[in-house]
Every structure is written in structure tokens, then in C-alpha cells.
Design a binder for this molecule. Structure first.
Ligand SMILES: Cc1ncc(C[n+]2csc(CCOP(=O)(O)OP(=O)(O)O)c2C)c(N)n1
Length: 647
């Protein structure tokens, strides 16, 4: 039986020797590689944090002691030794383990998380609650070097230094974000790693003094001397000035050093920042060589590191691989095209140049692409300044992370009426990353803001046209588009011209109108075809604009009869609500309206196609739902029933 097989709970490793733990690390790395090469997912960060996870569980007593990980995709070792080993092969699959921390999955996970930089605040809360309850458990939070630059993390550092509770912040510093990290903080951490001698001396001296007779007194004296010369010597001085006791950097792959240090700093009072140096991708040469590619990867061949299904490249290698164009591809390509003639265009990414498709733009126009780090709020703020100064900023972010910048969109952009373009990728269900990452709230949270235009393209070609349109506007514009490409049917080809606040009618029909937004347009067309076989003649409208909404179109649809709105987003406050409000404001009602979208619940993880089916947004389910509702509308005399789907 392997060592890993022998672990039912983390306390099982407490009696093991360092060589045994080293052997266990090897087994864990093999398991990570085996599973993630098959399923795809986050690899490099967890490979780099194996020893750190083991040492933490070895020294602390979870779940009584609270170990809280930022996000959690780097803590797969923690999953493996906290009772989830036998289901690890279900990682990120429907009904399987989540790819992040998940409070419903294990008592060892205190929060469900996927957004970076949140852990220091929640850990501070845990420490304060513990003190209020006069309990004595340890609170240990683990955060990456890039996530430490998130606004929320910096706010927490500031506050922790003020409150000064007993808590430990482990800085897992692998000198990588997804891509290369940016900023002064990252440079500062790098300098510390390069010059670790002083801290090592300091730890060793502390241990030595403690062993002398009256050791505690010597340690106190040394601490006083140290305080007086701190500015001259301490590499982690910034943290010390903020109120932390800084320890490190230590080697995050040396189990002996990790365990000894954790045991020793565990005794310290007040907030501790332990700086641990790790290597992203450790133990798998391809990931060590290219940690960005292996941060999150599609299924790959472990012996070669090559992806099983190669990615389509956009620029420079067009046509080589015939995968259908994704929205991100189209955005990336068109942004470059626009950038060639419009030198005012500046692309902004918050630590996600590859994912959002701006990396090609950055290569082409390095001085016109800003990576602001994991700092969405700041990114939108910078965009506002750029726009006020005469540039044309295009902020490319995932819908879910843009949520962090809601107030900046309201206050810095919309209130100022600035021509900032928000290129919102991964709007809709994202699939395997699950509820922390689904981009299903943006229509609802953006729609309430005055001055903004919100558009959603039906396909990548339309996104190109919308981007051209957006660049010509002098007001804020949000373009929201989903992961991947169209979900069914064949692309309709070159889109008709984009006109402000105008939809496009794709199919005429006399019985009812399907008004679809973005990713739901092709499924609506497919549903209309199937409905016609059932004797229902449905019109299909591609809404294009959520705001300003095409009121003429809503009027025309209301004259036809019942209306079905379709969106891949939260129903509450969403696109269907906008249409209902228009029907009301234009005094067109009562018009039977079925709103199809996502329910008032967090949708789990799984393949996007599986989730769409589960939420009954796939073409077959749409047909069944519309048919049943239409029949109930026709036979009903109860006005209320005109708006509800039969159970
Ligand atoms: C608020 C937010 N913005 C962006 C992301 C996307 N993202 C996930 S991991 C990551 C890099 C994190 O780097 P670091 O904290 O250093 O951890 P590492 O993976 O290197 O261990 C980014 C940008 C996110 N999860 N949350």
C-alpha cells in the first residue's frame, strides 16, 4: 500500500519521519500529474506547494486549527490528505470534486473560493472570532505572491497590522502569477529571496539564545537590539512596518526546514508573515520550464508535456488548425487590427493576458498594453484616467473578476461618462471552474448603471463588428461574450451593421417571438426550427443590445403575441427583466412573457454543455419548455399564468 493510500486524515502523517514525508511528496506529485494530465486543470501551482501543504498539516491540527487557502487550486495536496483522495479523479467533473476550496466538500475547507486575494481578510475575521470566543486555535492563511497585490489583500495587511491578532500569513512565493508577475511588490519580494542571509542568521540566533539558561530573557534582549537596528537589516521591513513579524525566506521544498520553522514561529505572538520560496511546477520538468502554460492546462501527454488536442493559434498561424473561432480569438485578432490604425487604443489586463486574448496585442504594441496585476479595481480606475486623458482604453477581464470593480465602473467610468470599453470575457457559464467563476451576474449589475451601453454578440464575427462600433462611441461600452464559440449550428457569416440600440431579426414568425441575448441566439434559432415542426411559427430576434434596449423591437414582438426571452445569465435583474420593464414602461401589457435564464442559485461545476443541459438551456430543453408554456398560455384564462412556466 502506498503512503498516500494510508492517509485517512491529516493527523495520520504526524508520526511520520521526514524521509517518509519526502516519499509521500513524490507520490502526491505522481497523483497530481496522473489526474490532471487526464482531466486538464490547474497543475503547476499545486506541484509547487506539496511540501508546504504537508508541513502545515504536520505542524498544525486541522480542522481545529484553521488553515485557509486563497482560492484553493494550489492546495490539491490538502484535498488529497483530507479525505478526498479516492474521489480525486472526479476533479472538476459534474458531481465530482471542485477545483477550488469548497465549504460543502469538506470540514477542512472553511470557504468556497476562487477569487484571489480574499484570504487575509477572512482569516483576520476568523482570528478575531476566535479571540472573542476565547478559544486558542491557530489561524493560518496561505496566499500567493501575485494575489498579495490584490487590493483586498493589501487592505487586509493594513488592518491586520492594526488589530495585531495571533495569526500567521504564509506567503507562498513562486515568483509567478499565471504569467510573470508585475509591480513593485513583486520586485521587493524578489530582492528578499535573493538576499536571505540575514533572516537565516536571525532565526538561528533566536533558536540558539532560547536554548541558553534564562533563554527567554536573551531572546527579548536580542529582539530589543534588533528593533533598534531594524531599518538597517531587516529584509521584510515593509511587513514589519505594517505590524507583522516577518520570517523568511525559507525553502518551501525542504520539509525539515519548513517543519522546524513552522514549529518555531508557531510560538510567536501577534501577526507573523512567513515567506516561503517555492518553485511553480516543482518536480515536473515541463511545468518548471513553462509554468505559465501549466498553470491551467488542457489534458496533456505526461511524457512529452504536449496537449492532447493542440490549441488553435490566432495570429501568424491562421488556418493551421481548423478549430472553430472562439470569442476570445475574435477579440484578440480584431483588437490588433483596430490597434494598427488607432494608436489611441490601450489594452488593459489584470494578470490574465493569455486568457483574455490581449497577449498578442501586447507583443505587437508593448507600449500600449498594461498588465496591472491582479487588481481589477485599479485596472478600471487606470482606464478612466486614460480615457479622460484622450486614450481609448479597452479593459479585458473575465466577467466574474470584473465584479470586483463594480464601484469603479460606476464611479470612475459611468458617472464621468468616459469612453472606456469593457471587454467582458467568460460571460455566462464557464464550466469546470464552477460557481466562483461563472460570469452570470454582469447583465444584472451593469444594467442598473446609467450611461453605459451593454452589448452581447451572437457569434465571434459579430463581436468583431461590435468592437469596431464600440471604439467609435464616446460613452462607456460593455461587450460581454461567452467562453468558447457558438454552442450549436453553423455561423451565419458576416453580421449586419451594428446600429446603436438596434436588434436584428433573424427569423420572422407569427405565433410568438424568441428574443435571445448573445450565446442564446443560435440555440433560439435551433429551437425555432424544431418548434415549426410542432406547428409553432416563432420569430427569432438577436437582441444585440441589453442597453439601450430596442424598444421598437419589443413593441413589434408584443404585437405578434407571446414573448420568450433567452439569456445565459441570472434571471433576477437580467435581460428578460429589461424586456419586462420595457413592456411595462411602454404600456404594452399584459403580454405573456416567459423568461428563460439561470435560476436564483449558484450553478455547480461541470462541462459547460452539461451545465447548460442541467439548467435546461440546451436547444432540446428549450423546445420542450416553450411548447409546454405556449400550450398553457393558449388554454389559460388566469392572467398570472401567462408569465410562469408550468411545473
Ligand atoms: C480576483 C481574481 N483575479 C484574477 C484571478 C485569476 N487568477 C487565478 S490564479 C492567478 C495568479 C495567482 O498567482 P499567485 O497568487 O502568485 O499564485 P500561484 O498560482 O503562483 O501559486 C490569477 C491571476 C482570480 N482567480 N481572482
Amino acid at each position: 500500500m502506498s503512503l498516500l493510500q494510508r492517509i485517512e486524515q491529516p493527523s495520520d502523517i504526524k508520526s511520520w519521519s521526514v524521509p517518509q514525508l519526502t516519499e509521500l511528496s513524490q507520490e502526491i506529485r505522481e497523483e497530481l500529474l496522473r489526474t490532471i494530465s487526464q482531466l486538464g486543470g490547474h497543475l503547476a501551482s499545486s506541484m509547487g506547494a506539496v511540501e508546504l501543504c504537508l508541513a502545515l498539516h504536520y505542524v498544525f491540527d486541522a480542522p481545529e486549527d484553521q488553515l485557509v487557502w486563497d482560492m484553493g487550486y494550489q492546495a490539491f495536496t490538502h484535498k488529497l490528505i483530507t479525505g478526498r483522495r479516492d474521489v480525486f479523479h472526479t476533479l472538476k467533473q459534474l458531481d465530482g470534486l471542485s477545483g477550488f476550496n469548497n465549504k460543502d466538500e469538506s470540514p477542512y475547507d472553511l470557504f468556497t473560493t476562487g477569487h484571489g486575494g480574499t484570504v487575509l481578510s477572512t482569516a483576520l475575521g476568523l482570528a478575531m472570532a476566535r479571540d472573542q470566543a476565547k478559544a486558542s486555535r491557530y489561524v493560518v492563511s496561505i496566499i500567493g505572491d501575485a494575489s498579495l497585490g490584490e487590493g483586498m489583500a493589501l487592505e487586509a495587511l493594513n488592518h491586520i497590522g492594526h488589530v495585531k491578532p495571533n495569526m500567521m500569513v504564509i506567503l507562498n512565493d513562486n515568483r509567478m502569477s499565471i504569467a510573470k508577475p508585475i509591480g513593485g511588490l513583486s520586485k521587493y519580494l524578489n530582492r528578499i529571496i535573493i538576499n536571505p542571509a540575514y533572516n537565516k542568521f536571525r532565526m538561528e540566533l533566536g533558536d540558539l539564545l532560547a536554548k541558553l539558561p534564562h533563554g527567554a530573557r536573551w531572546v527579548r534582549l536580542a529582539h530589543k537590539i534588533e528593533e533598534s537596528i531594524k531599518g538597517l537589516l531587516t529584509p521584510g521591513q515593509v511587513f514589519e512596518e505594517l505590524g507583522f513579524r516577518y520570517v523568511g525566506p525559507i525553502d518551501g521544498h525542504n520539509l525539515k526546514e519548513l517543519i522546524t520553522t513552522l514549529k518555531s514561529v508557531k510560538r510567536f505572538k501577534g501577526p507573523i508573515l512567513l515567506h516561503v520560496s517555492t518553485t511553480k511546477g516543482k518536480g515536473y520538468k515541463f511545468a518548471e520550464q513553462d509554468p505559465e502554460r501549466f498553470h491551467k492546462i488542457e489534458p496533456f501527454e505526461p511524457s512529452t508535456g504536449r496537449m492532447k488536442v493542440p490549441h488553435r493559434k490566432i495570429n501568424g498561424s491562421k488556418g493551421r488548425l481548423a478549430a472553430p473561432e472562439t470569442f476570445t480569438d475574435a477579440f484578440s485578432d480584431e483588437l490588433i487590427r483596430l490597434g494598427e490604425t488607432n494608436r489611441k487604443i490601450i489594452a488593459i489586463t489584470a494578470a490574465m493576458p493569455e486568457g483574455t486574448g490581449v497577449s498578442e496585442f501586447a507583443k505587437r504594441f508593448p507600449d500600449r498594453c498594461l498588465d496591472v496585476g491582479m487588481a481589477e479595481q485599479h485596472g478600471v480606475g487606470v482606464a478612466a484616467g486614460l480615457a479622460r486623458g484622450g486614450s481609448r482604453p479597452v479593459v479585458a477581464m473575465y466577467s466574474t473578476f470584473l465584479q470586483r470593480a463594480f464601484d469603479q465602473i460606476m464611479h470612475e467610468v459611468c458617472l464621468q461618462e468616459l469612453p472606456v470599453i469593457l471587454a467582458i470575457d467568460r460571460a455566462g457559464l464557464v464550466g469546470e471552474d464552477g460557481p466562483t467563476h461563472h460570469g452570470v451576474f454582469d447583465v444584472a449589475y451593469l444594467r442598473v448603471l446609467p450611461k453605459i451601453n451593454i452589448l452581447s454578440p451572437k457569434d465571434p464575427a459579430e463581436l468583431r463588428a461590435m468592437l469596431h462600433w464600440a471604439v467609435e462611441q464616446s460613452v462607456p461600452v460593455a461587450l460581454r461574450y461567452s467562453r468558447g464559440g457558438i454552442v450549436c449550428g453553423e455561423p451565419l457569416g458576416r453580421p449586419a451593421k451594428i446600429m446603436s440600440g438596434k436588434s436584428e431579426t433573424l427569423r420572422q414568425g407569427k405565433d410568438l417571438t424568441l428574443i435571445a441575448l448573445g450565446s442564446m441566439v443560435y440555440p433560439a434559432l435551433k429551437a425555432a426550427e424544431d418548434l415549426s415542426r410542432e406547428g409553432i411559427d416563432a420569430a427569432v430576434v438577436n437582441a444585440r443590445f441589453v442597453k439601450p434596449l430596442d424598444e421598437q423591437m419589443v413593441k413589434a414582438a408584443a404585437q405578434t403575441g407571446p414573448i420568450v426571452t433567452l439569456e445565459e445569465g441570472q434571471l433576477a435583474g437580467g435581460f428578460g427583466s429589461a424586456v419586462s420593464e420595457a413592456i411595462d414602461a411602454l404600456n404594452l401589457g399584459p403580454i405573456p412573457q416567459l423568461r428563460i435564464g439561470l435560476p436564483d442559485a449558484f450553478v455547480t461545476h461541470g462541462k459547460r454543455s452539461e451545465l447548460l443541459r442541467m439548467c435546461r438551456l440546451d436547444p432540446d430543453s428549450l423546445v420542450q419548455r416553450i411548447l409546454r408554456w405556449h400550450q398553457s398560455v393558449k388554454s389559460s384564462t388566469d392572467e398570472f399564468r401567462l408569465f410562469t412556466e408550468p411545473a
